[in-house]
Design a protein around this ligand. Structure first.
Ligand code: GAL
Length: 984
């Protein structure tokens, strides 16, 4: 007998056949559920129809098959490989057709019903798939249940009559490519598989069906109104509120509201004849009104991130612990909102958002970005044949997630152009759930949306939008504004966060944004550390564009996340006279800071600070404030600081105590911190939520009297000494400071370009990285023009320039000494045309043995001119290795800003003014050449950069470059360092 192998459903634009209508997701206390997760039998074939359907038959022998873990992606379990593309489809665009090469995974799971499972005859049972990429056909005990698409959406099948107490066989055929793939062109790895839970649910007679919890909040009357619409008659109980009403009946009671800051949930029950369903009720009212998104009557500010689901070994098959870790990390970094880019997350993630408090923009699993490659011709979002599939996706999202108080907006999807399908989705969602605004970024006319949303808009345009000067269609002008993506966190960056935040906090219409993105999608790989696009031999790929997160793949926070935490902190602690306290330093002083590198706002006496509550709902009663007083980075006094429990938006002047008596002379700072006063569900007592630091007195700049003279070393032809310094007579090169050997000290302007320096190919504005390379800044030549010994100084005149151009820098090194310390003053004057800014400006030098680094200045982490608000002035210590920031694709990293002095390898360096410090066991050239962290091999020399200035970071890997004041334009500059041997 021939076995018929159907594959027609694979390229069918319809959502599928056989699945039950979507409904609310819930946990029942009475009905049993049985997880089918675990080890499944697995067979991979190359094409959709390469194997017949006989594997799904009763009694088929799979004993020779491989095994895969479910939930999981087979390409991450040794079968085939992952593929990464940003927006291009990795197959010819000919919707709804897919290639013949269509990896197809047959999955088989034999199971017996667990003990106590009600007799299959006594009720229904449902088989639920929470996520399968991209198309599945399902059989139970040889009977076909149906097929479905919609990878990150749930699908349920009725299976009651098919179940047996023992010897059940579930067979699932999964195709990597299907018509559904055209709707799932998100910027991420293509990862086929049964990657979310598979569950069997018993449905007793009289069990609940779909239900919709409407729980609104009246902020004037301080009451909550609850109405649970239920497909099956039942009662609604919320014991804590004394609620006991019939389903469908509204009840209004005094209640506390749910907000992301105060996530108050009430436990309730929906009791039907057959089961009791647990409810977690959060009362809140969301609206887009008066041009603002309001929750419980107040405008909210989204301090958000875009979250893809990611785990470096398991891909998008996340476990609960990882989801919880994401939410905890967000809460601990002052993030209050998450856009579930670009698909509904695992449902448990939303439970955590309800419980711990995050505003959620729940986004539908829809993106057709690759159609831009052909002028959007054939875009399914504007083709009626696809509309049922789009509506199915909208319904599966809304029905599954509608009972989560954390979900405050529905998003139609991402980058799907415009079209009738999207309008149909918006219409359906508005009808089904008028209680939440609808978001979509892709339609500039905002025909279907309740919020004006954009991505990667430069600061100036955001400001214009904030001021209402952006024009555009009338409907749009009335809408509140969010940046659904901004501050592209690829590699080293983003820069410019504080400048965005300042705009958000200034203009009401700007309701914040969502940084792109939460985590690098690097895949753990023994060849590379973390693999990215192209590492699996993909014929089309977008390289490391998939590593653009605030977390490294192993979830370690990147400096970008630490900066974001500081920038969005919900309490501003500023100088008494500050008007807009706390958002970085005052405008206008950044350029000076980039040059003088002292970090922190201006100087002056400080006897009080201004504390402002920037929460939208919470007062400050959960926080305890402390002060500390530091001199030259050493704490000489500290104590509690009484701050009133200010209401949201309120601010107060708080007197500081007298400076501790007997404090030594030196550079003094006050540091005020706001910490959690008690343990919370997301961080322990003492966790620092916000801080401010204020310089009281200026630092003492090092002074070195030029009393020593350069003299030839007797008997050592070719060497000169000047105080502790030994120099080469012919080249003037420094050889040693006392007993510390120094190599290669010279002017350095090159940095291993960051992803943001390199920029994205589509950028209209010039991108620095390519311009730098064209000019040749990565191959500068140093010509010594003169080595002059005058009475008290050794002066070396040089010209530093790349081949092929007349542009260059004349650099003069002037050395003086007081006998024990050696002062270097570098004067730089650009010659010729300099059409580009400099990457950096400073000196580099090599030290033989340096392991520990101590410094006084900005720390503990790295900082760059437009990403420096998180740097605290203090005394810090690190190993050289720990100074490195492990960006997945190696690039410039690890600079410590505002360094007053540093000690490493026996050498002490003091800056006049302060400097950026970097030290690494490889050269900049080696860093620049590396494609993966595993390419970086430590050498014997530690290369140290002492930078007078650095070019800003910006976020041009997808957004704007650094703001003008963070650019390091070539111009005359002079800076000094004082070198000495560390005593002892
Ligand atoms: C956006 C897109 C995201 C991501 C980002 C760049 O256009 O919505 O999915 O691709 O650019 O990383």
């Amino acid at each position: 007998m021939t076995v018929r192998t159907r594959t027609d459903y694979v390229e069918d634009v319809s959502p599928g056949t056989g699945a039950l209508p979507p409904r609310a997701r819930y946990a029942s206390s009475d009905a049993m559920s049985f997880s089918l997760n675990g080890d499944w039998f697995f067979r991979l074939s190359e094409a959709a129809g390469a194997e017949d359907d006989s594997f799904a038959r009763d009694g088929y022998d799979t004993s020779g098959w491989a095994r895969v873990a479910v939930p999981g992606h087979w390409v991450l379990q040794g079968h085939g490989s992952p593929v990464y593309t940003n927006h291009r489809y990795p197959f010819p665009v000919d919707p709804p057709r897919v290639p013949d090469e269509n990896p197809t995974g047959d999955h088989v799971r034999p199971f017996d019903l667990p003990a106590g499972w009600p007799d299959p005859g006594t009720g229904g049972a449902v088989l639920r798939f929470d996520g399968v990429e991209s198309c599945a056909r399902v059989w139970l005990n040889g009977t076909e249940l149906g097929d479905f698409k919609g990878s990150r959406l749930p699908h349920e099948f009725a299976v009651g009559t098919l179940l047996r107490p023992v010897g059940n066989v579930l067979a699932v055929r999964v195709h990597q490519w299907s018509a559904g793939s055209y709707l799932e062109d998100q910027d991420q790895w293509w990862l086929p598989g049964v990657f979310r839970d598979v569950t069997l649910l018993h449905r007793p007679p009289g069990s609940a069906g779909d239900f919709f919890v409407h729980a609104s909040y009246d902020h004037l009357g301080r009451t909550g109104t609850l109405r649970v619409d239920s497909a099956v008659a039942g009662r609604v109980l919320v014991p804590e509120l004394g609620v006991d009403v019939a389903a469908g009946e509204p009840v209004t009671v005094p209640a506390e509201p749910w907000t992301a800051e105060t996530p108050r949930l009430y436990d309730g029950v929906l009791a039907t004849a057959g089961e009791r369903v647990a409810l977690r009720v959060g009362f809140r009212t969301v609206e887009s009104a008066d041009g603002l998104i309001k929750v419980n009557g107040r405008a909210v500010l989204f301090r958000g991130v875009n979250r893809h689901e990611w785990h470096p070994r398991r891909g998008r098959a996340l476990d609960l612990a990882t989801m919880r870790e994401d939410v905890l990390l967000m809460k601990r970094h002052n993030i209050n909102a998450v856009r579930t880019s670009h698909y509904p997350p695992h449902p448990a993630f939303l439970d955590l958002c309800d419980e711990l408090g995050l505003w959620v923009v729940d986004e539908c699993d829809l993106e057709t970005h690759g159609f831009t490659e052909q002028g959007r011709r054939g875009n399914p979002a504007d083709d009626d044949r696809w509309t049922p599939a789009l509506l199915d996706r909208a319904a599966r999202m809304v029905e599954r997630d509608k009972n989560h108080p954390s979900v405050v907006m529905w998003s139609l999807g991402n980058e799907a152009g415009t079209g009738r399908g999207l309008t149909a989705m918006a219409g359906w969602i508005h009808g089904r759930d008028p209680s939440r605004p609808v978001h979509y970024e892709g339609d500039p006319d905002c025909r279907d949306t309740d919020v004006y949303s954009r991505m990667y808009v430069p600061h100036a345009e955001v400001e214009a939008i904030g001021r209402g000067l952006d024009g555009g269609p009338r409907a749009r002008r009335r809408l509140p504004f969010v940046l659904c993506e901004y501050a592209h966190a690829m590699g080293n960056g983003p820069g410019g966060l504080a400048d965005y935040q300042r705009l958000f906090e200034t203009h009401d219409r700007l309701q914040g944004g969502f940084v792109w993105e939460w985590i690098d999608h690097g895949i753990e790989d023994e060849r590379y550390g973390y693999a990215y696009g192209g590492d699996f031999g993909e014929e089309l790929h977008d390289g490391n564009f998939v590593c653009d997160g605030l977390l490294f793949p192993d979830r370690r926070p990147s400096p970008g996340l630490v900066e974001l935490k500081k920038v969005v902190e919900p309490v501003a602690i500023g100088r008494r006279d500050s008007l807009s306290p706390g958002i970085g330093r005052a405008p206008g002083t950044d350029a000076a800071a980039a040059a003088d590198n002292s970090l922190g706002p201006g100087l002056g006496p400080v006897d009080a600070v201004r504390v402002t509550n920037k929460y939208d709902f919470a007062d400050l009663s959960a926080l305890a404030f402390t002060w500390s007083y530091e001199v030259d980075g050493e704490t000489v006094g500290s104590g509690p600081l009484a701050v009133p429990a200010l209401a949201p938006g309120a601010s107060a002047e708080v007197e500081l105590p007298e400076a501790p008596p007997g404090a030594p002379a030196g550079e003094a700072h006050w540091t005020v911190r706001a910490r959690l006063a008690a343990d919370t569900p997301w961080a322990p007592r003492g966790h620092v939520v916000a801080w401010g630091q204020f310089a009281v007195s200026a630092r003492r700049t090092p002074s070195v009297a030029a009393t020593a003279a350069p003299v030839p070393v007797p008997g050592e032809d070719g060497l000169i000494t000047l105080g502790p310094g030994t120099f080469d007579t012919r080249t003037g090169a420094l050889r040693a400071v006392g007993g510390v050997a120094v190599t290669g000290l010279r002017l350095d302007v090159w940095r291993a370009t960051t992803d943001n320096d390199d920029g994205a190919a589509w950028q209209r504005d010039p991108r620095c990285g390519p311009l730098w390379r064209t000019l040749g800044l990565h191959r500068m030549r140093h010509r010594v023009d003169a080595v002059e010994r005058t009475g008290d100084a050794l002066t070396v005149r040089t010209r530093v320039a790349p081949a092929g151009t007349g542009a260059g820098l004349s650099a003069v090194y002037r050395w003086t000494s007081d006998g024990t310390r050696l002062r270097l003053t570098v004067s730089v004057v650009p010659r010729g045309d300099w059409p580009v800014p400099l990457p950096r400006l400073g000196v580099r030098l090599g030290l033989a043995a340096a392991d520990r680094v101590r410094w006084y200045g900005g720390g503990p982490g790295e900082a760059y001119p437009d990403s420096s608000t998180a740097a605290v002035v203090g005394r810090w210590e690190s190993s050289v290795d720990d100074l490195q920031t492990p960006y997945v694709r190696p690039q410039e990293n690890g600079a410590r800003a505002g360094v007053r002095w540093a000690e490493l390898g026996g050498l002490r360096v003091e800056g006049d003014p302060g400097f950026f410090l970097t030290a690494r066991r490889w050269t900049t050239e080696q860093l620049d050449a590396a494609a993966h962290l595993t390419d970086l091999v430590p050498g014997d020399t530690v290369w140290v950069n002492l930078d007078h200035a650095q070019h800003g970071l910006g976020s041009q890997s997808c957004g704007p470059g650094p703001l003008p004041r963070h650019r390091l334009e070539a111009g005359p500059a002079e800076f000094s360092f004082v070198f000495s041997e560390v005593p002892g």
